[in-house]
Each structure stands twice: as structure tokens, then as C-alpha cells.
Design a protein around this ligand. Structure first.
Ligand code: SIN
Length: 334
């Protein structure tokens, strides 16, 4: 007998009515703005070369937006080099645009490598009431078949959908390869393929199909800004706490802990093995240092720490080590 599988998704079609408000596109660089010597080069290219106006003009459909599309080049970098100063500038520019009544949403073009970190930082400090969507590309703009123009158009369709802020209130979203992800859950899981992002066990929030968002799940609970969000927007980044990530692994050399603590480290996220276990050498060293705030997360790509570890407080919300670093940094900004 043939088994039949039934899959049920509570799907909400995106609205056919698009926002009449302006959409602001902020450029930060990345492969989406990358240039290679030949159309067949997918890896030998230089990221962050094209301006936002060039990215937008590669998408003829965006011409229909006319003056309702506003562009601002906030940064121009390869996102492996993302830094706190750029985050602060970006967050401030987002806050300034979002405060304007005629602005309905923001789309940010960004490199893929640290997109999940920027998305979580922005959500933590802004918890925006209007959609803020990050998009990117895995192939440079000069590729024979670049993915950036479609990703930008898809991100625009999510930004223009009045349903976006109902489905994910206060959340920052990422749109890549036709999939809509929440900042909290998304991570880059592949170094090359076009569909490089996953929301793991949480699944996608939806998809963009034929130019329209299709929301796959019930609305998320409203996201709240971190209690120290204002400090992150106003305090000079040189005064932000120093928080690092350290992986526990076979043969780990625990001298790193003492060296970092002596150098003035304030907080450390341990990317533990499995269910947040930590190499005994590292554990001993961590217990000996004074004044270091430690949070525990897992190296595992899926799931989160189960139960209550006897050692250190687990990172909130099962965040991956890199997002947990951001949350601990904000915690320590009191
Ligand atoms: C970057 O993250 O800026 C370069 C890599 C990419 O965008 O895919």
C-alpha cells in the first residue's frame, strides 16, 4: 500500500496592496556589491565595489517606485570586516529613517558572512515597529547569473507587504534565495551555494513566490529591544565592553583564558561541545579567573542547550555563540 504524507502549513498570502509609504534602502557592501574579472568567477571577486544606485538599477522593476525609493550608502565593506562602529552608525541611520512618518520600511544590502550578527544586533537595539529586512547575495554582481538582483527585489516585496510587521512584530528579517528568516534564528550554513541560510529547527517565516510573500507560520511573539539598547546607540564604541567567543575543542589550550582575562576581557561566550559541555582544562581556567562574565552556548548547528548546566548560565533564547556574544555585550553595557 502506498503511504500518503500530508503536509499542512498555515500559510498566509502576502497582501496584494503594497505600502504607499517610502522604502529606504541602506547599502553596506558585501558580495551583492562585489565585482569579479569575469562572469564565471564566483569566488575570486572583490566584495563591496558597486554603489547602491548600481544595485538598484540592475532591478528594472524598482524603477516603478520612483521617488518612493530612497537610497543611502551607509558603509562599503566586506562583512567579514564588520565592526561595532559600523553597527552603531547603521542602527542610528535606521532609527532616524524609521522615525520619519513617510518611511514604511528599510531594506539593508549586506554581506552574507556576518549578516546574522548584524540582524541580531539591529533587532536587539531597535526592535523596529516597521519592517527592517536584510538581503545579500552569494554571487558577485558581475556573475553570469547573479542572485543579488532577485534577492533585492524579494526583500522589497517583503518590506512592502503590510503583513510583514504583523507576522514578526519588532523583529528584523533576512531575505535570501526566496526564503524569509527571523534574525533570531537565521544563520549562514553554506559557504558557496545560493541558498546559504537556514533557520534550523525553527523553519522559515515564509517565502517570496512570484513576487509575493507567503507567510508560513503563525505570527511571532513581539520582539523587545534590549534594556541597554540606548547605550549601544549613544555610547562611543571604544567604551563598549569587550566580549569574545571561545570554542571548547579537543586539545584546547586554556592559557587563552588567562591571557584574555589579563588583557581586560569583560565577557566570554563559550561555544561548548554538544549540550554545552566544556573541556576540563578550560573549565578549571575559567573558574580561576575573577571578574569575567561567562555565558554558555553550543557549537551544534541545530537545537539549543537542554536542561540547566551546572557550570555557567546558558545564552538566552538558545542563541548561537556569535549572537550570544552580542547579547552579552549589551548585558554588560549597564
Ligand atoms: C561579505 O560577507 O561581505 C562577503 C561574502 C558575501 O557577501 O557572500
Amino acid at each position: 500500500m502506498k503511504t500518503q504524507y500530508l503536509y499542512f502549513y498555515p500559510v498566509f498570502e502576502g497582501s496584494q496592496v503594497q505600502t504607499q509609504k517610502n522604502i529606504v534602502v541602506l547599502g553596506t557592501g558585501g558580495t551583492i556589491a562585489g565585482v569579479a574579472a569575469s562572469g564565471s568567477d564566483h569566488t575570486a571577486y572583490v566584495a563591496a565595489q558597486l554603489g547602491l544606485d548600481q544595485l538598484v538599477s540592475a532591478v528594472p522593476q524598482l524603477a516603478a517606485w520612483g521617488d518612493r525609493l530612497q537610497l543611502e550608502q551607509v558603509a562599503q565593506l566586506d562583512s567579514k570586516d564588520m565592526d561595532h562602529a559600523t553597527w552603531q552608525t547603521l542602527a542610528r541611520r535606521c532609527a532616524a529613517w524609521l522615525a520619519q512618518p513617510q518611511v514604511g520600511a528599510i531594506v539593508i544590502t549586506h554581506g552574507t558572512d556576518t549578516l546574522e550578527e548584524t540582524a541580531w544586533f539591529l533587532q536587539s537595539v531597535l526592535a523596529p515597529t516597521k519592517p527592517v529586512i536584510l538581503t545579500c547575495a552569494m554571487r558577485p554582481a558581475t556573475a553570469l547569473s547573479p542572485d543579488g538582483p532577485q534577492n533585492l527585489l524579494d526583500a522589497m516585496s517583503v518590506a512592502a507587504d503590510p503583513r510583514a510587521s504583523l507576522q514578526a512584530p519588532g523583529a528584523v528579517l533576512a531575505v535570501c534565495a526566496g526564503r524569509i528568516h527571523a534574525a533570531e534564528h537565521v544563520s549562514k550554513v553554506h559557504p558557496y551555494r545560493l541558498d546559504a541560510f537556514s533557520s534550523g529547527e525553527h523553519g522559515d517565516l515564509g517565502w517570496v513566490q512570484d513576487g509575493r510573500p507567503r507567510w508560513a507560520a503563525a505570527a511571532m511573539a513581539p520582539a523587545q529591544a534590549h534594556p541597554h539598547a540606548q547605550q549601544a546607540l549613544s555610547r562611543p564604541v571604544s567604551q563598549w565592553p569587550w566580549v569574545d567567543v571561545m570554542h571548547s575543542h579537543a586539545g584546547v589550550d586554556a592559557r587563552r583564558v588567562t591571557a584574555l582575562a589579563r588583557a581586560g576581557l569583560h565577557g566570554l561566550v563559550i561555544a561548548g561541545t554538544g549540550n554545552g559541555t566544556v573541556h576540563s582544562a578550560l573549565q578549571t581556567s575559567l573558574q580561576q579567573v575573577q571578574g569575567l562574565t561567562v555565558r554558555l552556548s553550543s557549537r551544534c548547528a541545530l537545537g539549543q542547550i537542554v536542561g540547566e548546566p551546572a557550570t555557567w548560565v546558558p545564552a538566552p533564547r538558545g542563541l548561537n555563540p556569535y549572537k550570544a556574544r552580542i547579547s552579552l555585550m549589551l548585558d554588560l553595557m549597564a
